[in-house]
Design a protein around this ligand. Sequence first.
Ligand code: GLA
Length: 734
Amino acid sequence: MPIDFNQETKEFHLHNEFLSCLIKVLDDGSIGQVYCGAPLMPSRSYPFLSLLASHASFRRDRTLIPFEYPSGARGDYRVCAFAVQEADGSMAMDPVYHSHVIYEGKPLIPRLPSLYAEQDYEAQTLELKLFDAVSGLSLILYYTIYAGAPVIARHSRFINAGEKPLVLRKAMSLSLDLPDDNWQLMSVTGAWAHEFQLIEERISAGFQGIRSNRGNSGHQQNPFLILKRPFTSEFLGEALGVSLLYSGNFAIAVENYRSPRVQIGINDETFSWKLEEGASFDTPEALLVYTKSGGINGISQAFHAVYQEKLVRKTWRHKERPVLLNNWEGTYFNFTEEKLLAMASVAKELGIELFVLDDGWFGQRDSDDSSLGDWFVDTRKLPSGIAGLAKKITAMGLQFGLWIEPEMISRKSRLFETHPDWAVGVPGRSRTEQRNQYVLDMSRQEIVDYMVTVIANLISSAPISYIKWDMNRSITEPFSIALPPDRQGEFFHRYILGVYELYDRLTTLFPDVLFESCAGGGGRFDAGMLAFAPQAWLSDNTDALERLRIQSVASLVYPQSSWGSHVSAVPNHQTGRSTSLNFRAMVAFFGNLGFELDPTTLSPEEKKQVAACIEFYKAHRKTFQYGQFFRLSVANPSLYAAWQVSSEEETLVGFYKLLAQANCPPVRLRLTNLNGSYLYDVSIWEQGGFEAQDKTFNCGSRGGDELMSGGLLLDTTSVTKQGDFFGEIFIIKR
Ligand code: GLA
């Protein structure tokens, strides 16, 4: 049993071959956290593991006791996991152990994205019920441990079983008291077209953290945190990670006054929730993953596997994603049906499978200042409508996809003329426009219902097999005219619940349509969205060099099947940089390949190259999209980068030379995840960029041991002449 309960010591032990977490009911009924880390033997007791066992003066010092889900009420003084206000205004409750159940399988969380278990044997769940006798609040702490995976899923449910209303002021999803503060924190910051900038810092004394308060998880931060020991590297050492399945305002807090505490959950700064008698509230789900010795890679593998296998909608979990052409950077708002058909026709010739019509097809949208909400076709541009265009494109043998931004409304739109009160804002105050648009109040049921009808009609009206769902601004003046004053604190969470409902209803109606989420690129790139849209537009930045970093850092937590990666024109529209077509393709291969340019402008030679890239990608698509993804270590990351993907059939390695240096010594690139005793056949993609290099070098029959310990030898000297930005793809088959 992966979850044991020791009746005598009142210890719960969640364990598998990768990790152990010990939780204990203390004498006063509070729930103590004994241990979380490398696996311990089951059926033993561990009385000396935590500070709980130390000297009596420490035991009485509640500022040091590790608590499982601490309330701030009774002398803990560290950052609390939850706060509930009673009808008299007090905030002193501290529910204590009441009962527990342990069962096979995993429950889903109502209205929120959560991991699933298809068979009971895949996971075991502990429901630990706490109760506050004065107020009647029941608090259920949920823990699910997966068999064969270093993952624990956590969330909490608050139930008001009393007779007076309560107000939740804070309700985090996971709280973890670390045994010591010798950890480094890895998280990200960023901005539009500048997502996934890595931050690494030590745990310091006091308070550290990140939070979003925009209504979406944000370009500026991402709802995960990795903790590693100072000596932990990519492939070695202890690390743990927390990640939140949530797309709204979140917070991650790290507080350290002698004993560090880490928390992840809804950002309480922009949250409160009224719990009427009998009502309940579920927090979003948080994951904890752990590796004793596998390094950062161990954390990434754990997140990738669980998000790929237990979160993504089943129809799309393993389905190969089409190679697409998106017209955005090719035409922006300026297109006609004739132009699109010309682009689609070349796309088909090149081997592209899906044509995506981006922004600008509806209302009178010639720029970003109008028409959001008017989801009917602009016949000036598309005289035969979406249905007519889609039919012509599908008749060419391509699939057809469409861009929408269903949560938004333009001031210049028919929808706004009819329903000015549907836009988020405070009556009597002006609304702030961002990208010339307002946000629809998705916390209102009638607006969600309306959008379900409009978008469902749109999708049914034409052969549409892909939807790109954008969200191009964050929320300002957060307020809903449909909520009473004492419930305005619920607005942000209700907004995201409305978005999830819209996604849920549309993906249920159209299970075979591939939904791609987007928020001005990666403004809502999170695990919550992944539950509905199996892939997302990671960044509006399509520059290959920038993408090497963005995709590498995103892969800390998210699998490459979760992002779209497009080859765009040069000079690149975001950076002005020019790189070769092959280099751009070799970066975009690692993910869901697309093109975002006007293919009618390609020269015959470029067309040949693109067609060869697509042919190569398709031949290895399963590995590129679903293989295990590794960031390979290179001696000098400012000059080189390397990725590896491995499936059962093959291993593919991308090596990238970023900047040329004169008289540079050869680089050794050690591979990973091969079997040392096997022989592999190594070959090079003939279209790769190291033209000066002999295509037989490194190739032929090579031992897995040799490739992992000695590695490939990249003779970058011979390619120095070629300047910056060259790559090579190695194909390694057993
Ligand atoms: C956002 C997206 C882009 C494109 C534009 C259209 O910026 O990230 O890919 O769809 O909107 O307006």
